[in-house]
Design a binder for this molecule. Sequence first.
Ligand SMILES: [Zn+2]
Length: 274
Amino acid sequence: MPEGDTVWLASKRMHDALAGRVLTRAELRVPRHATADLTGRAVTEVLARGKHMLTRLDGGLTLHTHFRMDGTWHLQRPGGRWRGGPAHQVRALLANAEWEAVGYRLHDVKLLPTAAEDTVVGHLGPDVLGPDWDPAEVARRIAADPDREVGEVLLDQRVLAGVGNLYKGETLFLTGLSPWTPVGRVPDVPKVVATAYRLMRANRDHPEQSTTGSLRRDETHWVYGRAGRPCRRCGTRIRVGEQGPPDKAEYARVIYWCPRCQPGPTPETVGARH
Ligand SMILES: [Zn+2]
């Protein structure tokens, strides 16, 4: 599940493989940029902004990409067979003498002036894993609209950038909140913010996404992906539903929760789809 920590780690690996090196081959397999020639430019930096990736090139160009639901960059040595999926799913290729980065199922592939990056990421709130992380500001933004449901506001990338369905659900379990709780009734908003940060920071440097501290199969999450199974704390069956308006740009806004450990409004009481 590409959440902020996945994009952060992918960006770091891309940076390590590409930064400071000249592109010997570069293709953008999207209609808008099919003829762009980036060969001969050096990559200067690859960085994550929330769930967005920015690949900066010399000459003041930035390649913006987004994973959305199933995008990925595969790094491999040149000359090998590409293994990330069928060739028609390749959206970008960036290669130097030592590495090939093959981007599969990428979305929002856009080449733009580095000086104009704000047009693609300027709307984002503080990035959970970024240098601009500001928990007090995020708590303020969350509390700004007391009627919004906490499970919905945590996914709002304008409030904080990087949280997806996994960290949303696990954060709400660990703070004992029904996802449908209006933020005005959340007793400790800074604790919610701190929990989301702690979970994502703990998983930033490795591909596994564990919120429980265990890396054993089937033990990595409290509620996420566990519908119908017993809560690890109380044994109640974990429920699954959808919350908030459908977001075509990303993916279904799925929510898992324990009705006993997370008391408060339910889909039945708020009339949500479930
Ligand atoms: Zn429970």
